[in-house]
Design a protein around this ligand. Structure first.
Ligand code: FE
Length: 198
């Protein structure tokens, strides 16, 4: 298990959170790092790649001690999708397995929510970004009805504890806190057993 790839990624994000001059720079360089992470599918432990029949799973893989960022694996069963939702912080989405579809939403001046642009398909290896400054409301689904898709996300907070909203099209926004599907995390720090390979 090449967990060192995830360890290297969280090191890169920690460095960026410390040094990036602004959000645009953080998103650009963080996207490069995430693209490298999802380019190779040999490191995600099976425990954090399991779908559930009821709903998509959100497994915490790493949380910064100061909650400046968190890394999660999103596991989509066949045909599963999110409601329309926001994040309130920057977020990067990289597809590790399968593919996803995403639709963005924007608010009119009168507050009405409407689709913004076409639905996009995120193929394996591609990275997308959200934030309150570049567009924060979307709906995401598994592009496949017959197999699991998995994406790796990094957010600018402990995302499972953030107070966010879902946006039913025919009702007022509803507050939610997502939590996580797991109680234990992968051990990134067993350096003797998981050395960086050339
Ligand atoms: Fe999202």
């Amino acid at each position: 298990m090449a967990l060192y790839r995830l360890r290297r990624f969280v090191g890169e994000i920690a460095e960026l959170v410390d040094t990036a001059p602004n959000e645009a720079d953080l998103i650009a360089r963080g996207s490069d790092a995430l693209r490298r992470l999802v380019a190779v599918d040999d490191w995600l432990p099976d425990a954090y790649a399991q779908p559930a029949p009821e709903r998509y799973q959100q497994f915490l893989l790493y949380a910064d001690a100061r909650e400046r960022f968190s890394v999660v694996s999103f596991v989509w069963g066949p045909g599963q999708r999110t409601p329309i939702h926001d994040h309130t912080v920057w977020g990067l989405i990289g597809v590790l397995r399968g593919a996803e579809r995403a639709v963005s939403y924007r608010r009119d001046a009168d507050g009405t929510l409407h689709e913004h642009g076409d639905e996009i398909t995120l193929e394996r290896g591609t990275v997308d970004a959200v934030s309150p400054t570049i567009g924060d409301i979307h709906r995401v689904s598994n592009a496949y009805d017959d197999r699991v898709s998995i994406s790796i996300h990094v957010y600018g907070a402990n995302i499972g504890a953030v107070h966010r909203s879902v946006y039913p099209l025919d009702a007022p926004p509803k507050p939610f806190v997502s939590g996580y599907s797991n109680d234990t995390l992968p051990n990134l720090w067993n350096l003797g057993k998981d050395s960086v390979e050339s």
